[in-house]
Structures are given as C-alpha cells and as structure tokens.
Design a protein around this ligand. Structure first.
Ligand SMILES: N[C@@H](CCC(=O)N[C@@H](CS)C(=O)NCC(=O)O)C(=O)O
Length: 208
C-alpha cells in the first residue's frame, strides 16, 4: 500500500486549506486536479470517494478523509514529526481541538451567512454559532495576543482558522480588525503557506 496521499484538489476551492496543510506536514502527496467545469466532482468516480461531490478529499493508506478540518486534524496526527498538534496528554490538546472545531462549526457558517447576506436567524439560540457578532468577537479574543491560537505555538488549527479568515476578508465577509491582519501577517511568512499558495496559483493559471 502506497504511503503517498492522493489529494483531490481544485485550486479555486477550500482545497487550498489542505494544500497548505500537506506542505506544513511535510507529507508525500500527489495532486489529482478535479475540474469543476467538466463536472468531474460529480462524476461516478469522484462520488465514490466523496458522495457530497465536494472538494477537497484525500486518500491515505486506503482511507478516505473529507472535510477540511478533519483532514487538517488527520494529517497533524499522521505526521507527528511536524509538531502540528499537541499530543494526547498535552493540556493544549483541548485548546487546539476547541478552536479547530470552532473554525468549522461556528466560524465557517457565520462567514457564509455574512457572505450571502442571509438575514439574522430568528432563533439564535438554535444556531450553533449563535450570531455573527459573538462569533467574530470570540475569534478575536482567541487570537489575542497571538501570534497563533495556541500562543507561540503554530498548529493545524491555525491552518484552518487562518485560511477561513483570509478567505472571509478577501470576500468582505469579515470586518478587517487589526488582530486578524496581524494573524494573517504571521501566516503569510510561513514557507509552507507560500509554497502551497504558489503551487495552487500556478494550477489556477493553467485553467484548473
Ligand atoms: N465542508 C466541506 C466543504 C467543501 C466545499 O464546499 N467545497 C466546495 C468548493 S470550496 C465545492 O466542492 N463545491 C462544488 C460543489 O458543491 O458543486 C469541507 O470542509 O471540506
């Protein structure tokens, strides 16, 4: 069984989160570009991997992993030498999981609602993220004083949160607070981030 990760990617997608994570992890991977225009993500072959018909997905040692946050957590654990997740007995493990799940469970839906100008929910108590303002204020607190969500220590949670914040700011779905700008400033200096973005940009230019 090959150890190389098959990475189903489209550079115009959340696949960039996983691309960056693969580079941070130092994982061996092979990109399999899935063309949206040709509807390859809805082909039988791809639906057999991810029945949601969504990008990204990885296959590693015969196991499929989908959902960006889960992929980040999986890769951090599968490649421990990169030190991207606190170990099971490290008290920071709880904080790490907390913000990784907050990213996928609260921040993402709050950003999407904002992006599509959805009206505020009539019953915020039934919404996992409550409301946009609480979510963003909580995020700002979590990233203060930084530089990362675990303080000095960079982790896979930053790959997810940093990607979501960068995307939301570019889509004007997040107000540009100084804490978010400083956070992205640190992330932008990471060589793995720069490598992944350069590769994805090159793929995007090729028309994928
Ligand atoms: N919850 C998924 C979301 C994945 C997702 O929505 N991917 C989008 C691109 S960013 C997609 O594949 N859209 C194509 C479609 O739904 O047809 C994750 O975290 O990986």
């Amino acid at each position: 069984m090959t150890d190389t990760i098959a990475f189903y990617h489209n550079p115009q997608s959340r696949g960039r989160i996983v691309h960056w994570m693969l580079e941070e992890a130092g994982a061996p991977y092979e990109i399999k570009v899935v063309d949206f225009e040709k509807k390859e993500h809805k082909s039988d072959a791809y639906l057999a991997i991810n029945p949601m018909g969504k990008i990204p997905a990885i296959v590693h040692r015969g196991t499929v992993v989908t959902e960006c946050a889960a992929i980040c957590a999986y890769l951090a654990d599968a490649f421990p030498a990169a030190g991207l997740a606190p170990k099971l007995d490290d008290p920071q493990r709880g904080t790490y999981l907390r913000w990784l799940f907050f990213g996928a469970g609260c921040l993402e839906p709050a950003i999407i609602d904002q992006m599509f100008s959805r009206p505020p929910p009539s019953r915020p108590t039934a919404m996992g993220y409550g409301n946009y303002a609480d979510t963003i204020n909580t995020l700002e607190k979590a990233l203060s004083p930084g530089p990362y969500v675990l303080g000095e220590r960079f982790s896979a949670a930053d790959v997810y949160l940093g990607s979501a914040i960068g995307w939301a700011l570019s889509m004007k779905a997040l107000e540009p607070r100084s804490v978010f700008g400083a956070y992205l400033g640190h992330i932008g200096q990471r060589p793995a981030y720069q490598r992944a973005m350069a590769q994805s940009e090159a793929l995007a230019k090729k028309g994928n």
